[in-house]
Ligand binder design. Structure first.
Ligand SMILES: Cc1cc2nc3c(=O)[nH]c(=O)nc-3n(C[C@H](O)[C@H](O)[C@H](O)COP(=O)(O)OP(=O)(O)OC[C@H]3O[C@@H](n4cnc5c(N)ncnc54)[C@H](O)[C@@H]3O)c2cc1C
Length: 381
């Protein structure tokens, strides 16, 4: 049987996250940042000081050599305090660190992994294009080889945190005429390279994580920008997909639990018809269903983390965890709004922010429909 007991050192780490977040990014700061569309970049080095980024990396590259279970717990706890904190953790460890560890060059690892672990490197993944969303294999942004490196041309869209990133991990078609997953190469492009233009995109939620449309106009990078093998970009990305699905699931579980806790506290306090609304069975059943959905999602997440940590196959379980956790997050915030009614709909409420943010998780980084397709395929359909 799988043992979900949280080890003592992980418990201590989670306590230190609670203290750090209360000090560095309390709920009031999160509300203000959301309103001002600010990204709490200051959290990155603070997370680095706690050793959070070093957790899943092997000791030979300076990491702490813990397995993916600890990273999932950390991600979930950060998300409980602020979804954006978990997002910054996930992109730094995932798009940045894990991708570098798995298929980066020795020079890239030497230069960047220490910065990743200290929280001094910012990454953005530039994959999506206007005609290539769920169908990521439809990308047309190209990189042509030159004597000294690559020249990139094309457009990417909806790229999170691109403007403030140090590096863009850009998926480029490097074999002219190739289609789908073949002929795609990942390039690590310094943000300030000449020829990169960015336009901000307005959106409903995730105001702490700005989104950008990016133009690449004859952008020249050296041979050292190559991440992994030429033409194998999709294969490389697929090899880290279970990490990003675990990350999305952990982020959704942490925030969903926060939404349940807020709704329960409100139901105990708010009185109508002379009694707390939490004494009405209609409200109790909603809250019971909400907690059950979060618990189901957490179990799916911990099961996935255990599979990853023990090196077992996990295609179905990665899709499953991402699916149930992100759908649970939407379910609990929608019901949380219903329970809190006008108080939840107010812009001063945390529930409305989480409800707006929850919208993204069921289509970003592989939609619910795609996860169901993958699960059906694993069933041999
Ligand atoms: C706030 C935000 C942040 C983002 N951050 C990034 C980022 O950092 N980097 C990046 O590269 N991209 C990013 N994206 C892009 C995101 O990954 C895409 O929006 C996502 O892949 C979906 O693509 P799409 O929006 O074009 O929808 P589409 O692909 O057009 O999908 C529309 C609908 O069709 C469904 N569908 C499509 N194909 C199938 C199928 N085969 N079977 C069943 N249903 C299907 C989808 O599930 C969806 O419901 C971000 C998007 C947003 C909104």
């Amino acid at each position: 049987m799988i043992d979900f007991e949280i080890p003592e050192d992980d418990r201590a780490l989670l306590d230190s996250i609670d203290r750090m977040m209360a000090r560095e990014f309390p709920p009031e700061a999160l509300r203000k940042a959301d309103e001002a569309h600010d990204t709490p970049w200051h959290l990155l080095p603070k997370m680095g000081e706690l050793g959070l980024f070093a957790l899943p990396f092997p000791e030979e590259v300076g990491g702490l050599g813990k397995d993916w279970r600890s990273a999932a717990l950390v991600n979930e706890r950060l998300a409980y305090h602020a979804g954006i904190a978990a997002t910054l953790f996930g992109t730094t460890v995932g798009f940045g660190g894990m991708s570098l560890l798995k298929y980066g060059s020795e020079a890239q690892k030497r230069e960047l992994l220490p910065r990743v672990m200290e929280g001094r490197a910012r990454f953005a993944l530039a994959l999506t294009e206007s005609q290539a969303g769920t169908d990521a294999g439809a990308i047309i942004t190209s990189a042509r080889r030159t004597a000294s490196g690559w020249v990139i041309n094309g457009r990417k869209t909806w790229i999170s945190n691109a403007d403030a990133a140090d590096y863009l991990v850009v998926a480029c078609r490097t074999e002219p005429g190739s289609q789908g997953s073949k002929g795609v190469t990942m390039l690590l492009v310094p943000r300030q390279t000449p020829g990169i233009g960015m336009t901000p995109l307005a959106k409903v939620g995730h105001h702490c994580m700005p989104s950008w449309d990016i133009g690449f106009d004859e952008v020249e990078v050296g041979e050292e920008a190559l991440m992994g093998e030429v033409g194998q970009g999709f294969k490389h990305t697929m090899s880290t997909l279970h990490y990003s699905r675990a990350g999305q699931a952990a982020n959704a579980v942490g925030q969903a639990q926060k939404a349940v806790d807020i709704a329960v506290a409100y139901a105990k306090e708010r009185r109508q018809f002379g009694q707390a609304i939490g004494s009405f069975q209609a409200i109790q059943h909603k809250l019971a269903d909400m907690q059950v959905r979060v618990n189901q999602a957490r179990l799916a997440l911990y099961h996935l983390a255990w599979l990853i940590a023990t090196g077992r196959p996990c295609r179905l379980e990665a899709a499953q965890a991402k699916l149930v956790a992100t759908e649970a997050f939407q379910f609990v915030t929608r019901n949380g709004l219903q329970i809190m009614a006008s108080a939840g709909y107010s812009m001063e409420s945390d529930m409305q922010r989480m409800w707006r943010d929850a919208g993204l998780y069921t289509f970003g980084e592989g939609s619910s429909e795609l996860q169901r397709n993958l699960i059906a395929r694993e069933l041999g359909l």
